[in-house]
Design a binder for this molecule. Structure first.
Ligand SMILES: *Cc1c(COP(=O)(O)O)cnc(C)c1O
Length: 357
C-alpha cells in the first residue's frame, strides 16, 4: 500500500515496530519521563513560550477541539470562527453544542481569507478567534501573520487548529501570539490515530483555571494537574505515546522542525512540478505543504480515487459531500519519498492512456 491520504498516513519502520511491542504499564517514573520529553519537544517544535504547557488527549483531533471549546470559553464569550470547509464548520457545531456565542466568517471553497473580510469585524467586541490554519478539506492555508495581527489589535484569544499543518508549515506560536494550538498523531506526526495534543499559552492556562468546565474526561484542569507529574488522568493510548516519543526524537536528531518542514515542502514541490502535464487543476489559492487539492478536468474525482485504490494499491484522499466528484487530495505528509511521488505520477499517466483521467 502506498498512502497519500491526509491521515492516517504512512509510518516508518521504527514507528511500526513499536506498534508490535507489548504495551507497558504507565504509572511509572519511566513513562512520566517519556511524557515530559514529549511535552518538551512538542513545545519546542511549535515554538511555544517557556511558560506554556502541552497536554496529550486520548482521542482524535476533534476531541481536543471540543476540549478547547469547553475549557477555554463560556456563554460570556463571543468568538469569531473562520469557516472555509468541514473543519471550520466543526468549530461552528462545537460552539452551538456548548452554547458559546459566535459569528462565522464564511470563505468560498478554495479561497483564502482576505484582509477586507477581516476588517469588517474590527473593533466589534469579540473575545476569541478560532481558525483551522490549514482547512484540510479544501486544501486552503490561511495567512497566520494577518490573523495574528488582527487578533493582537483586537485583543482576541486565538485558537489555532494546526492539526494537519503542524510540522508541514512554518509556525511560531509565541511570535504569532497564539493562545492554543491543536495537533494530532495521525497527520505529519505520522503515528497511528488516537492521540491529539493541545499546546496552551500562559494566558490559556489562566482561562482554563478560572473557567468552570462540566466534563470529566476532557477536563483540561485535571490534564494540566496530572501533567505536572508526567501523567494523564486516565489510561492514555500508551503505545501511541511511545511512538510519538520516538518520532519526536527522530525529528530532533535529524535537525529539528525546520528540517522536517523542508522535507515535506520539497515533496510537495516535487509533486506539483510533476503533475504539470496532467489534466489536473490545483484548486486552492493558498496551499499548505501538507496537501495538494486537485480537480480532474475530464473525469470524476471519486472515480480516480477508487481506481487508484483498487487497481494500483495507491491511496489518495477523496472529498466528501458535494465536492466528492470534483476534488481529490494528495498528501505529502508521512513516510513518503520523491520515488513514491513518481510511482503515483506514473499511475496517473497510465490512467490518461486508458482514457480514465
Ligand atoms: C484531521 C483534522 C482534524 C481532526 O480530525 P479527527 O478525525 O478528529 O482526527 C481537525 N482539523 C483539521 C484541520 C484536520 O485536518
Amino acid at each position: 500500500m502506498l498512502n497519500f491520504t491526509v491521515g492516517p498516513v504512512m509510518s516508518d519502520d521504527d514507528i511500526l515496530s513499536i506498534g508490535s511491542e507489548q504495551v507497558p504499564y504507565f504509572r511509572t517514573p519511566e513513562f512520566s519521563n517519556l511524557m515530559f520529553e514529549n511535552e518538551r519537544l512538542i513545545k519546542k517544535f511549535s515554538k511555544a513560550s517557556e511558560d506554556s504547557r502541552a497536554v496529550f488527549i486520548t482521542g482524535s483531533g476533534t476531541a481536543s477541539m471540543e476540549a478547547v471549546i469547553m475549557n477555554c470559553f463560556n456563554e460570556n464569550d463571543k468568538v469569531l470562527i473562520v469557516n472555509g470547509g468541514s473543519f471550520g464548520h466543526r468549530f461552528v457545531e462545537l460552539c452551538q453544542i456548548h452554547h458559546i456565542p459566535y459569528d462565522e466568517i464564511l470563505c468560498t471553497t478554495g479561497k483564502t481569507l482576505r484582509k477586507e473580510q477581516l476588517e469588517s469585524y474590527d473593533g466589534k467586541k469579540y473575545t476569541g478567534f478560532l481558525v483551522n490554519v490549514h482547512e484540510t478539506s479544501t486544501g486552503v492555508h490561511y495567512d497566520m501573520n494577518m490573523i495574528s495581527e488582527f487578533c493582537k489589535k483586537n485583543k482576541l484569544f486565538l485558537v489555532v487548529d494546526a492539526i494537519s499543518s503542524f510540522l508541514a508549515d512554518d509556525f511560531d506560536m509565541e511570535n504569532l501570539g497564539v493562545d492554543v494550538m491543536i495537533t494530532g498523531s495521525q497527520k505529519a506526526l505520522a503515528c497511528p490515530p488516537g492521540i491529539s495534543i493541545i499546546v496552551l499559552s500562559k494566558n490559556a492556562i489562566g482561562r482554563i483555571e478560572s473557567n468552570d468546565c462540566q466534563c470529566m474526561y476532557l477536563n483540561l484542569k485535571s490534564a494540566l494537574k496530572n501533567g505536572e507529574r508526567g501523567q494523564t488522568p486516565f489510561t492514555p493510548a500508551v503505545g501511541i505515546l511511545r511512538q510519538i516519543h520516538k518520532r519526536l526524537n527522530q525529528i530532533e536528531d535529524n535537525g529539528g522542525v525546520e528540517t522536517e518542514t523542508q522535507k515535506i515542502q520539497s515533496l510537495a514541490e516535487d509533486f506539483r512540478e510533476k503533475i504539470k502535464d496532467l489534466p489536473l487543476e490545483i484548486v486552492s489559492d493558498s496551499m499548505s505543504n501538507a496537501v495538494t487539492p486537485l480537480h480532474p478536468l475530464n473525469v470524476s474525482a471519486y472515480d480516480v480515487f477508487m481506481i487508484l485504490k483498487d487497481e494500483y494499491n495507491i491511496w489518495v484522499c477523496p472529498n466528501g459531500g458535494e465536492l466528492a466528484d470534483k476534488i481529490f487530495r494528495v498528501g505529502h505528509i508521512g513516510a513518503l519519498t520523491k520515488e513514491d511521488n513518481t510511482t503515483l505520477i506514473n499511475a496517473l499517466h497510465d490512467l490518461v492512456n486508458r482514457g480514465l483521467l
